[in-house]
Design a protein around this ligand. Sequence first.
Ligand SMILES: [Zn+2]
Ligand SMILES: [Zn+2]
Length: 253
Amino acid sequence: MTVSWRDRLIILGRHLLAGAQHLIYPGCCLLCGQPLCAGQTHFCSLCRHELFTDREATCPRCAGAIGPFTVTDGRCPACQKEAFAFEHVLRLGRYEGLLREVVLRLKSQRGEGLAELLGECWAKEAAERFAALHVDVLVPVPLHWRRRWQRGYNQSAALGGGLAACLGIPSQPSWLRRVRHTPQQTSRPTPAERKANVRGAFRARPGAPLAGRSILLVDDVMTTGATAHEAARALRTAGADRVIVAVLARAQG
Ligand SMILES: [Zn+2]
Ligand SMILES: [Zn+2]
């Protein structure tokens, strides 16, 4: 798919923004504040290693951690009976340690620049895995307008913007809408409650050209997959061919 001039200008703008950020925090790791050595950009080698090295073997379908020999027909015991509307989940890592701190920072502060930068770095670090997915458009999981207003930005859209820019595909945040304000999933402890909480919460924008598309659906955290499933279901209902999920962090109970 060709990238439009509008998308090219957006990508250029993002790179200028990243450059400006670096001028504000010259020579320090954006995560731990330690001085950067020659050749390091944005993150020190310790933080970069911690963030971009997933030490666990994961289920290709739900990205949950698995033991040896536990995947059958591409499914682990935890997701075997789940009827997900997405095909696969790609994760940066488990929701713990530095990655957990980063996710909380994105949620609690105006971390838009950091979210975009993480997207760009992730796309570069896992370039082959992303290329193998053969997706042609990226759609971030939307926030309800009320939560977006409270936070000031949608962290998944910022992360997706960085990813899309480096993957050379367009990001289309307006193609999916959250039509219902739902309590935070963290306030719903059981999988059944989480499913009920987000049921019918998403709808594709009328007229969005989703027919036949392979979508990369981007979110910051995934726990049971209920939110990603509902968002993917809305995209598939509107004609999308395939939905693959990319999450920054995979939480497990
Ligand atoms: Zn660091
Ligand atoms: Zn699984």
